[in-house]
Ligand binder design. Structure first.
Ligand SMILES: Cc1cc2nc3c(=O)[nH]c(=O)nc-3n(C[C@H](O)[C@H](O)[C@H](O)COP(=O)(O)OP(=O)(O)OC[C@H]3O[C@@H](n4cnc5c(N)ncnc54)[C@H](O)[C@@H]3O)c2cc1C
Length: 384
């Protein structure tokens, strides 16, 4: 009988397994036949994430500039002067994390889907599609946006969901140092679109908020706008992102990590940093649960307190900003741009990190004259 069953062999599952497998018997259940495929991510992270991952993923490119294309065509450019984001080989990252977990002793069972978990007084039983049953002390739900384990932990669905589509196309951008982001209801309603270059390839994609239609319907228009509609497509991917803090990420013998826990930055949809910032707390609390032989919800609730202390305010403020943004019309976004196009905001933006974007916005709002001018938009965004 394993001590721990991890459902999901993505980055969250592999990271938690790597942290726990040295001291415990860990089984990881993954429904695909390998970690990292199919790709469902751009792979854009801060350099800190590379360090936090504890492995050496291939860095395809690095970036110090951001160009934000507003609906009226204005391009708001921020030059950070030093590296602020890197583009990873995300499939490779997942494979390396899984190998690290295996090296620590975790056993991966691929191509088998977990279909149920039943919590008893002294154990939890996990059943897979192939009919295998695992009794363990605890189950970690690292099973992504459509988590089965989450449904056992908390009844509410994610507060918001976005759907994404992405292509890698053959094209060489002159400026290899800039990420471009497009805003507007005709391009990516309820989220944003992006182009990220690496060598002779551009990763181009967009996300839309669930109620705004499917992203594929907006892709052709965006490809034309970005001048890439004739470029050869070499890779295609799609996926969903849960947005918004969840009320519970633990219950008796169950813990959630990563997308299943809603650990995603609401402004960018980036989930790797929040998951990696939370994983050590999960490992710490699981270790404590084994030494105290206490797997109750009361004991495991420490995990949620710890991870929310670390990243909860970014996720909470980010969600408020995301809701406000989604409630604003294109002309109102352009209005905001005219107000924030100042040396003060450029300076702030050029020192910001992509892991805490909302703190940059909150700092900007401490400038009273600017906050007063933004007030009508903030009210519309909050109360419309
Ligand atoms: C289009 C797009 C672009 C993105 N870009 C970025 C980005 O640039 N930077 C960033 O930080 N984040 C990005 N993200 C988000 C990021 O991909 C996720 O936050 C991250 O993958 C979460 O990791 P995870 O391990 O929690 O979940 P996942 O990566 O989804 O892994 C969960 C795994 O569990 C498996 N699984 C699910 N259910 C079961 C089951 N019942 N039994 C067995 N296995 C199961 C799944 O097959 C999957 O392999 C993007 C997401 C999308 C959709």
């Amino acid at each position: 009988m394993p001590d721990i069953v991890v459902v999901g062999g993505g980055p969250a599952g592999s990271m938690s397994a790597a942290m726990l497998a040295k001291a415990h018997d860990v089984v990881v259940l993954e429904d695909h036949n390998v970690s990292g495929t199919p790709l469902q991510c751009t792979g854009l992270v801060s350099p800190d994430v590379v360090k936090m991952s504890g492995v050496n993923p291939t860095v395809l490119n690095s970036f110090s500039k951001l160009n934000v294309h507003f609906p009226d065509g204005f391009i708001y450019s921020v030059d950070c002067k030093s590296e602020r984001a890197v583009l990873l080989d995300r499939s490779g990252l997942d494979r390396l994390l899984a190998e690290k977990a295996m090296d620590a002793g975790a056993e991966f069972r691929y191509s088998d889907r977990c279909i149920s978990c039943k919590v008893f007084k002294d154990s939890v039983t996990t059943v897979t599609e192939s009919g295998k049953e695992y009794d363990s002390q605890i189950v970690i739900g690292a099973d992504g946006h459509n988590s089965m384990v989450r449904r056992m932990v908390c009844s509410e669905p994610p507060r918001m969901q976005v759907r994404g589509i992405q292509l890698d196309v053959k094209h060489t951008f002159d400026d290899q140092d800039a990420i471009d982001v497009w805003l507007g209801s005709n391009i990516a309603p309820g989220f944003f679109a992006w182009t990220v270059p690496y060598e002779d390839t551009v990763r181009i994609g967009l996300c839309t908020e669930w109620s705004c239609g499917i992203p594929a319907d907006f892709l052709q228009t965006f490809l034309r706008k970005a001048g890439l509609s004739e470029s050869k497509v070499i890779q295609r991917s799609s996926g969903k992102v849960p947005i918004g803090l969840q009320s519970r990420t633990y219950s008796d013998r169950l813990l959630l990590l990563g997308d299943s826990a809603g650990q995603v930055k609401p402004i960018s949809g980036g989930g790797l940093y929040p998951m990696m910032a939370s994983a050590p707390y999960l490992a710490q609390v699981v270790e404590g649960a084994f030494s105290e032989n206490d797997f109750s919800a009361r004991y495991l609730s420490r995990y949620q307190k710890l991870w929310k202390k670390e990243i909860g305010s970014e996720l909470k403020h980010g969600f408020t900003l995301r809701r406000m943004y989604n409630n604003l019309r294109d002309d109102e976004l352009d209005g905001i741009r005219r107000i924030i196009d100042t040396p003060f905001v450029h300076d702030l933006a050029s020192t910001a990190t992509i892991d805490n974007p909302s703190s940059m916005v909150l700092k900007a709002l401490r400038n009273i004259p600017m906050a007063m001018r933004l007030m009508p938009y903030l009210f519309k965004g909050l109360f419309r």
